[in-house]
Structure formats: C-alpha cells, structure tokens
Design a protein around this ligand. Structure first.
Ligand code: SRM
Ligand code: SF4
Length: 556
C-alpha cells in the first residue's frame, strides 16, 4: 500500500480543500439545510460543527421524527477577554439566530448552538464587526489560546494579554478562505501554502495556554503547549517555562489512547517565545501521525519518541536552548465573588453551572447578566472553568448590581465548594459524540454528591469533580480529583480518580460502567475511607497515596 493511501480521510479532504474553501460558498446557495461531509470537515476550520438535535421525538405512529440539521459556532476569543460591546453582540446573536442560550467553554470561548445554515454569514459578519471571529476555533490548527484570568487586574498578569493575542494572531492560518466565504471578499491567495501549516495543516487540533508562574487556572498540563511567564527586571516578562505534550482525549478499551499531562521542557528567555512555539507546532506538523486521527495529537509524539528527543528537536528548530530552572509551585486562588482590583475598581467572579447562560422561567440569567454588563459598561473575562468575571465595577455600583441580581432571583455565588470548580461538557442533545448525558444531568449528580459530602462533613475539602458524556475529555475530567466519564449508551460511566487541586497530573480509571444513580454511593465508600485514614491530604492526593490492592477493594 502506498503511503498516500494510508493517510486518514480528513488528510485528503484538507489537501483537496483549496486551502479551506471547499465548496462551502456553492453549498451556501443550494437551499439545503446542511453541508456535505467534506465541507463539514472544512467548516471546523471556520469554527463550526454541523449537528443534529439528538433528543428523540416520535410521530403519531411511533416513528422517529427526522430533525433538521443545525450548526454550532465557536468564537476565537484569546484569553476569553470581551469588551461590553463584544459581550452584548454575542448575547444578541444567541437570541436572533440561536436557541437563546450562550455556552461558555472550558477554553474561555463562547459557543452558539442551533444556528441555521442560511444565517451563518450574518452571524459571522456581526462577529467580525466587533473585531472577533470564529476562524480556527476548531479544526487542525492552533485553537483558542487560553490565558490566566485576572480579576485582580494585577500588572504582571495583564502582561499576558499581549502574549495570548500575539500567539493567537501568529498561528491564525493565512488562507483568505474565511473572509472570502463569509464576508464576500474576492479570492486572492488561492494557491499559497500556509507558511506555518503547509498544505494539509496539522495532523490534529493544537492547544496553547499561557499563564504566569504560580497560577494554574488554565490547567496548563492539559495543553499541547503551555507557557508560564516569569517576571524579571522592570516588572516585565523575562522568559517562559515551556510545557508540551499534554492532552486528554482517549477511547474506552483502547489502551494505546490515553490522557497525558504535559512535560516541562525547560525555561527560555522572552525573545524565544515565537521561535519556540513555532518549533513545537511544526514538530507536531511533521511528526504527528496523519494515518490515525485517534493517535495524531502531539502527546503521542512525546510519549513515543521521548521527551529528550523532543527537547532536542525543538532546540534544533528554534535555535534556543532550554535552560533548567526550578519551577515555582502552582496555585489557583479563587476568583469567585467580589474581589478588589489593583486600580480600585471591583470584579465579580460570577459562578455559572457548566457555562450555560440562558433564561429560564424562574431565573432569567442571560437577561440579568446582559442588563448589568450593559448598564455599567463592564468588560468581562470568561474563565477556563466556564465562569464569567465581570470587571470595572465602581464601589458605588456594587450594591445596585446585587439588587438587580436578587430582583431576578439570581445568585452569583457558587452553592458550595463542590460546585466552585465543577465542570461538565455539553454532551446530549447537541454533541454528536456523546455516549451519555453530562451537562443536563450535572445539577442532579452534584446535588446527590453534595448530600454525601454534607453527611460526612467534608465540605471544607470538597474535591474537584468534572463530568463528560464521552472519553474525549472536554470538561477535563482526567485532571480533576474525580472524573465521571460517559462510557456506554444507557447512562453508564467510567470513574477516574487521582488528579489534584494544582492540576499537575492526570488521574486513572477505578471503575467501569457505573450507572449514574450508583455514583454517589460508590464515592461515599471512598470518602469514608479518606476521612478515617488521612483527611490531612486532599482527596486526589489521598487516592494517589493508596496501594493498588486497597483501591481495588474499595471499588469491589
Ligand atoms: Fe472538546 C470534540 C465541546 C474543550 C477534547 N468538543 C468536541 C465537540 C466539537 C464534538 C465533536 O467533535 O463533534 C464538542 C461540541 C459539543 C457541543 O455540542 O457543543 C466539544 N470541547 C467542547 C467544549 C465546548 C466543552 C465545554 O464544556 O466547554 C470545549 C470548547 C473549548 C473551546 O472553546 O475551544 C471543549 N475538548 C475540550 C477540551 C478541554 C480543553 O481543551 O481545555 C478537551 C481535552 C483536552 C484535549 O484537547 O486533549 C477536548 N473535544 C475533545 C476531543 C478529543 C481530542 C483527542 O485528542 O482525542 C474531541 C473529539 C475530537 O476532536 O475528535 C472533542
Ligand atoms: Fe461531546 Fe464527549 Fe466533548 Fe462531551 S466530552 S462535549 S460528549 S465530545
């Protein structure tokens, strides 16, 4: 078999896409409610997924009703930073073209669901007018760059604004396809290969997160490339610790796929930022497995060729040598609630469960947030934990904001420590890959687990719990202390334990095919043992300290 034949199907689609144009423009005119399969792959590079509402409905004869196709669109929003105007436009778009809900993501972006094909150009044009886009928010390129949150408006943390924007711009693909297709520009660079990505882009998605040493709100170890800035003379960034090879997606019963925490490659001086980042990205481009998409992420290159090999390769490509330095310890100070910023204003860390911002009959959350953001002209930052930080609040307006929220019956606080950092992915009904429920069942699961926590008085050390509807890991369950991972249709979940509060490692599977109703009692057994044996430790560290046989016994 020739090498060409062994490439995965998507590689051929990319190669034949005329640099991400495909036949999207033609298909926009054909009156169908959906795009063909090849264009569906290319649309990801434009920030969109074609979906179908997976909630089953039957007609009078008991037959499944065929649901229309819809599209999900994801923003490119480096660091999740939005001005008042930008937030308002996203809020409007959800109302005008979506199903009225905004979904904050685990990479500080926003997703709109239930968009109709014919409305996509209008949606993108409105986003483009506020200097944002959905370009490269999905697809085999560098995705939305995440950045440490900064409700405190600390000077050192705000230096990262420039870094995340620089990386985001540097790794934007250069094809003009996006503006031609959606904004009606004339076709220009038709035949040029991308200077970084070449003709077939990367073998798979690529994720970059930037932070300052010590702050790990971005879950740095789960990124393909993580950069932790250090501060030197004049309170300016003088360099970065560089991490590579993190990633979480896996497939059940395929041990050759696995979640992996990134390795620390070393420290580089500030001016090495772009050359080193480009070396890591192009090493993925050249060594990633293009024959099997389940084995194509950068993490497998590091796992198989070794970290030392990778360090040498990046040094050779970039011309920079990694300097060994001691990494400061990680922390994730809470941003929830009222925080005083360094410029004298206030920030409000607003807890949203699983990032869903919508109006319900008794809680018009979307309206309340919009009213406040608009009235007080607030800027916002979306957090990697699917929350929203409202910023630039004057002391004199704090009470009024609280009054507005309570008039809408809305609490900005997280109900308890268990909820503070709990995450869930969207899963059903929109996600085409979901095996089980996640976001929709999350409130009731948390409620049940909270009862166990209360019963044993564990509140002050409540573990980080995250849930997904399949093993792809979108809500980062493997880096949590408890990961509940959809495994089988019919509501069966795998349980992972052993991640830690600092997010520096991934956990391991301890149970399989557990019905959702049994999860709280299963956890209760382990909680009791933790409380009795070593409550000094955090839950994840306690699990990690247990011998295999003991763990096994707890789950028998
Ligand atoms: Fe994800 C695919 C949602 C963060 C790993 N992810 C998907 C898709 C697009 C399903 C699909 O391919 O058809 C989901 C859309 C569902 C829907 O209806 O909205 C989806 N992923 C999400 C979001 C919205 C989850 C959330 O709760 O916020 C996050 C959007 C982030 C963003 O703004 O860019 C999201 N996805 C992640 C993360 C977490 C992170 O990056 O911090 C991961 C794990 C880290 C990693 O990449 O390894 C993640 N998503 C995946 C994978 C597994 C990739 C792999 O290496 O195997 C898939 C499946 C795929 O790519 O084939 C996937
Ligand atoms: Fe869909 Fe799986 Fe990601 Fe959840 S983890 S959004 S079910 S791909």
């Amino acid at each position: 078999m020739s090498e060409e034949k062994e490439l995965s199907k998507v590689e051929h689609i990319k190669a034949n896409s005329n640099h991400l144009r495909g036949t999207i423009l033609e298909e926009l005119q054909n009156g169908n409610d959906h795009f063909c399969e090849d264009n569906v792959q290319i649309l990801k590079f434009h920030g969109m997924y074609q979906q179908k509402d997976r909630d089953r409905q039957k007609d009078a004869n008991g037959k499944d009703i065929e649901k229309p196709y819809t599209l999900m669109l994801r923003g490119r929003i480096p660091g999740g930073r939005l001005s008042t105007k930008q937030y308002i436009v996203w809020d409007d778009l959800a109302e005008k073209y979506g199903n009225g809900s905004l979904r904050l993501t685990t990479r500080q972006s926003i997703q709109l669901h239930y968009l109709k094909k014919e409305n996509i150009p209008k949606v993108i044009q409105e986003i483009y007018q506020i200097n944002l886009s959905s370009m490269g928010a999905c697809g085999d390129v560098v995705r939305n760059v995440t950045q440490a949150i900064n409700p405190w408006k600390k000077k050192e943390l705000s230096l990262l604004d420039e870094v995340s924007s620089l990386l985001s711009d540097h790794f934007k693909y250069k094809s003009n396809a996006y503006i031609e297709v959606w904004l009606g520009e004339e076709q220009i660079n038709k035949d040029l290969d991308d200077p970084i990505y070449g003709k077939t882009y990367l073998p798979r998605k690529f994720k970059i997160g930037v932070t300052l040493v010590g702050y790990n709100h971005i879950d740095i170890y789960t990124n393909d490339l993580g950069l932790a800035a250090t501060i030197g003379e004049g309170n300016q960034i003088d360099g970065y610790f560089v991490f590579a090879g993190g990633g979480l997606g896996m497939t059940h019963n395929k041990p050759e796929t696995f979640p992996r925490a990134a390795d620390l490659l070393g420290w580089i001086p500030k001016k090495g930022l772009i050359p080193v980042a480009e070396a890591v990205v192009t090493a993925h481009r050249d060594f990633g497995d293009r024959t099997n998409r389940k084995h194509a992420r950068l993490k497998y290159v590091l796992a198989e060729k070794g970290v030392d090999w990778f360090i040498e390769e990046v040094e050779k490509r970039s011309g920079y040598r990694f300097i060994p330095k001691e990494l400061p310890v990680w922390n994730t100070p809470s941003y929830l609630g009222w925080l005083k910023a360094e410029d004298g204003t206030w920030s409000l860390g607003f807890h949203t469960l699983a990032g869903r911002i919508q109006n319900t009959k008794d809680k018009p959350l979307k309206k309340a947030l919009r009213d406040i953001i608009e009235k007080f002209q607030l800027s916002v930052q979306i957090t990697p934990d699917q929350d929203l930080i409202l910023m630039d609040i004057q002391n004199s307006n704090k009470q009024e904001i609280e009054n507005i929220l309570s008039s809408y019956n809305i609490d900005f606080k997280s109900p308890s420590k268990l909820y503070d950092r709990a995450l869930a992915c969207p899963a059903l009904p929109t996600c085409g890959l979901a095996l089980t429920e996640s976001e929709r069942f999350f409130p009731s699961l948390l409620e049940q687990v909270q009862k166990v926590i209360d019963k044993h008085n564990l509140n002050e050390k409540a573990p980080i719990l995250r849930m997904t509807g399949c093993p792809n890991g979108c809500a980062r369950p493997y880096s949590a202390e408890i990961g509940i991972v959809g495994q089988q249709v019919g509501g069966k979940y795998a349980i992972f334990l052993g991640g830690n509060k600092e997010g520096t490692r991934v956990g391991f599977q301890v149970a399989s095919k557990v019905p959702i109703s049994q999860i709280p009692e299963l956890l209760e057994k382990v909680f009791i043992s933790w409380k009795q044996e070593n409550f000094e430790l955090d839950f994840g560290d306690y699990i990690k300290s247990l011998p295999q046989e003991k763990l096994k016994a707890l789950f028998e």
